[in-house]
Ligand binder design. Sequence first.
Ligand SMILES: Cc1ncc(COP(=O)(O)O)c(C=O)c1O
Length: 428
Amino acid sequence: MPLLTLHQPNPPSPATRHAPASARGRAGSPGSTPKARVEGLACFGGTPCFDRPVSTSNLVRPDVERFLAYSKRFHEARRYTNDGPLVKELETRLARFHGSRHCIATSNGFWALVLAMRCMARPAREEVVMPSLTYRRMADIVAWAGLVPRFCEVDADTLAISPATATEHVGDATALLLAVHPVVNCCDAPGLEVLARKAGVPLLFDAVESAYETVGGRKVGSFGDAECFSMHASKLINGFEGGYVTTSDDALAARLRCMRGFGFQGHDNTIEAGLNAKLNEVHAAMALASLDDLEDQVLRNRGRYRCYQRELARIPGLRLLRFDEREQTSFKNIVVELTPAWPLSRARTLEILNAEGALARAYYHPPLHARPASYRTFAEALPLTDELSNRFMLLPCGHHVTEDDVVTVCGLLAFVRRHAGAIRSRLA
Ligand SMILES: Cc1ncc(COP(=O)(O)O)c(C=O)c1O
């Protein structure tokens, strides 16, 4: 079935639906300041702006009838798991979507990464060169793969590992180079390919946050030796849970398939110490329904992003990270930098927003090299990472965040900025 050709009637877009503020427990109308007085802030005992918290999780909600129609297929065929027809269809569509020869679906992104690392690591080497400013469980994943993280800096502009930040860490002990795409835009994937090739080390991308993107017009999913993705409900493609690996390496693909299913080859013939990391049919049904909705989702995301662009442009001290619109991009995540002109600490700002039900979050804080770990890591001082990890926050986004919500969040931020002095005194 061709990818993204099925068109469903979508419910009114949550990004553009403007529910009446009063019905949703808001103080003030869309576009207005949501608070009249500093004492009215929820952190000081006032009524929260949001009666239903708005978060940074995507929770995209494809058409339920479409999900049920896919589900009916596996139910009627009585195929629930073990390489069922929907998993196969999903793998075919995703491989085509990413421009890679193979897609191997897994139970989640975590095991996709562990499997890929175990299959790809150069033998008799243990170090994985990776950024420290990244997903909070990434070092655990490396440890589960039996390898040792070696943390490196990120580029100050992209917030991503780059050839320049990785190169001094790549050497005789390097088993694998793990490049993680940041939350907004992508890392220099072609540059990292050159570095990996020169150094003779395998290159794996964590592309969990970049499923829709292109780099230089080339689809993410087609770079390096392999790329890993998540289909957790918070991600662009919602399979409730789920993950996958893309690769154009036939031997690697065959090994990953074998390893995700206990290491079986044929009936009851175990050729490797594998895992049970298979994706089941109901998750594949949800992921397929979500794929059908993907182009519409990107339009909704763009609507929210444009609204943030408009609203944040009026608030000094906050800098929205812009999507690179020369590339294909999902507009999914909203990240802002708190510049020196912002009058409160990030921790205080988050406290205020969270109390209002706007579940903004610190961007990758603390970084991995500063977290206690029960396994070995190699970490030198990473001053840039330390500094960057204190400067950014993620603002509410995703399927359940309306443009009214965006206006309210930004109204709150503008209010906080205007009254920072009074807020600080009261907090003191
Ligand atoms: C960058 C990144 N890598 C990997 C994962 C793990 O994916 P999963 O939750 O499917 O195990 C996540 C999950 O949030 C992530 O953000």
